[in-house]
Write a protein that binds this ligand. Sequence first.
Ligand code: KG4
Ligand code: ZN
Length: 414
Amino acid sequence: MLILNKTAGVFFKPSRRKIYAFLGSFHFHPGKLFLHKLVLGIETSCDDTAAAVVDEAGNVLGEAVHSQTEVHLKTGGIIPPVAQQLHRENIQRIVQEALSASEVSPSELSAVATTIKPGLALSLGVGLSFSLQLVDQFKKPFIPIHHMEAHALTIRLTNKVEFPFLVLLISGGHCLLALVRGVSDFLLLGKSLDIAPGDMLDKVARRLSLIKHPECSTMSGGKAIEHLAKQGNRLHFDFQPPMQRAKNCDFSFSGLQHVIDKMIMQKEKEEGIEQGQVLSSAADIAAAVQHTVACHIAKRTHRALLFCKQRGFLHQSNAVLVVSGGVASNLYIRKALEIVTNATQCTLLCPPPRLCTDNGVMIAWNGVERLRAGLGILHNTEGIRYEPKCPLGVDISKEVGEAAIKVPRLKMKI
Ligand code: KG4
Ligand code: ZN
């Protein structure tokens, strides 16, 4: 049963004429036989409109995505009504492209799985409204998907990973550490108390005006920082990793961001340049920021691994750490995590970059996992709402803090 959330909102309704035109645009494939069940996944929780068809065996039959990054880069961040409008303009085409690429018609689907939580209300509403009309028209089961659960389980599509495993999700909107015990069985060990690391890197990149840097103008903030950091010397700046005294697995990035902001202001004065111009020390700042963020993430993850091992939550000999989200594509941060997994005899796994960021495949795959486990498959969608805020699993972060595990110092030579 779905728990309704107070913040849940009203659906957006595309016109009937549009829907009929959409449905009429499909070519049906009589006589074609699919050996496996097929799930269509739809994702609109933030700024990507994405859809994919995945079969029961994990084969991706087709996918399509429309990224809004370029528009949001220009405005310096996501403006929800703009994101909503872009989802509205693209969802029909994206779903159609995913189905056409798969050579699957809606009638051949076993279910439709759609992100309904957490995310931007206006964005979630577009995907949900569209999906409800689709399942109603074709009399298909509906599988509501939790965006973070989908990120966490993606690795089981690409690698043979059994439960339980530890997952670290780091992106522009997410920052959490969770133990994954089953398809819908999660223990939350820690999360960011303020902003996510990707958000912080985006803010620092904006403050450094990296969009004006000839090599970085089309890159996301995080990618620009990684790129410039390679040319810089991190030792020219000394930023302290946050929360060093708190022996838990929570994260914090906004304090560090303010320290960096102050440092940038001071450098601008020293170099005699206006805000909006690129500092000559931008690469050094990028290198120091990246290193500090990597150390902070590595330390919290190290503690989570030790906590899980101490409690017998993970296999003693074959513990797995999965890292996903846009920030997981940062090779410097991955190396820092590799130092941690090597020190704790764990295996580090990351989905391929295209599956680390928001995508339709992870939603369809979560639908497949739920279909196979017989969990959360709705034949009646009455009263279903999207939920902009929704925690992941059972929060045991307080217990983790009470265990106060001291993490051995590791040499972060990256
Ligand atoms: O997962 P994602 O596409 O979207 C969500 O935030 O949900 O992640 C985007 C975030 C942005 O903040 C971006 O700056 C960051 O991931 N990012 C990176 C890198 N590539 C993207 N951060 C650090 N290093 C990168 N190479
Ligand atoms: Zn995401």
